[in-house]
Design a protein around this ligand. Structure first.
Ligand SMILES: Cc1cc2nc3c(=O)[nH]c(=O)nc-3n(C[C@H](O)[C@H](O)[C@H](O)COP(=O)(O)O)c2cc1C
Length: 221
């Protein structure tokens, strides 16, 4: 698979089969991903790969919280800036409408937040979730590095025939996640990434994008 195909075929998949992923595949991907760039080569990410019984226990505990309508742990960073305005708000709304329609969650359903949380807390059925933390002392530059690292991981997963879904929603249950993985207070959870083979027969969502010219300016060419 070439890089263009990996980029184009990566989607946030929200229905995984329970087919296990051999450990050597995960090791191959995560070893290759160590080549991701980072400012000053700090490599500020700290990753926990959770599967098997620890993941089953995490899903049970997080889903119980979601179904109880738990608003989640106090956030350590905002999912989005306050007062999100156009064009970001429009892009957010369009993607959310598309996403929840595909998942069969009614826009005006009173239990919509609970349903969304419960789907996320089950990792959409994925057999593996990677949790990416950063040291609490790290700044915005290092958070950017972690994003580059995770995209590298997600593209390499495509080369293995695997799919993924990055999930900031795990930060709602960050204390439960930290209990399971044993992360100490010096680490901040950035997000989880569910990993697995896509479940067959599910609708494939291709989220829209702003035209390249909306976000890119060429100077001198
Ligand atoms: C850091 C990050 C966090 C995300 N968190 C969630 C999440 O909690 N739940 C979810 O269903 N999708 C989540 N997504 C997936 C985005 O909704 C998705 O990437 C976006 O809508 C574009 O769609 P695509 O990835 O399928 O192209 C997240 C993506 C990123 C990069």
């Amino acid at each position: 698979m070439d890089v263009y195909e990996a980029v184009d075929s990566r989607r946030a998949v929200r229905a995984f089969s329970d087919e296990p992923i051999p450990k050597e595949v995960l090791e191959r991907v995560l070893t290759a991903a160590t080549r991701a760039p980072s400012s000053g080569n700090l490599q500020p990410w700290r990753v926990y790969v959770v599967t098997g019984e620890p993941l089953a226990e995490l899903k049970r505990r997080a889903t119980a919280r979601a179904l109880a309508g738990d608003a989640g742990d106090e956030r350590e960073y905002p999912m989005y800036p306050a007062g999100l305005a156009s064009p970001y708000l429009d892009r957010f709304a369009a993607a959310a409408a598309q996403r929840y329609k595909a998942l069969g969650i009614e826009r005006d359903a009173p239990d919509r937040p609970m349903k969304i949380a419960a789907l996320n807390s089950g990792a959409f059925g994925a057999p593996v979730v990677l949790f990416c933390y950063l040291d609490r002392t790290m700044g915005p530059g290092q958070w950017g590095d972690a994003g580059m690292y995770l995209q590298t991981v997600m593209l390499l997963l495509r080369a293995e025939g695997l799919h993924s879904c990055p999930q900031v929603m795990w930060t709602m249950y960050r204390k439960t996640v930290s209990q399971i993985v044993g992360a100490d207070d010096g680490l901040v959870l950035f997000c989880g990434v569910s990993v697995g083979f896509e479940k067959e027969g599910m609708p494939r969502l291709r989220t829209g994008r702003a035209d390249m010219t909306e976000t890119v300016s060429f100077l001198g060419v």
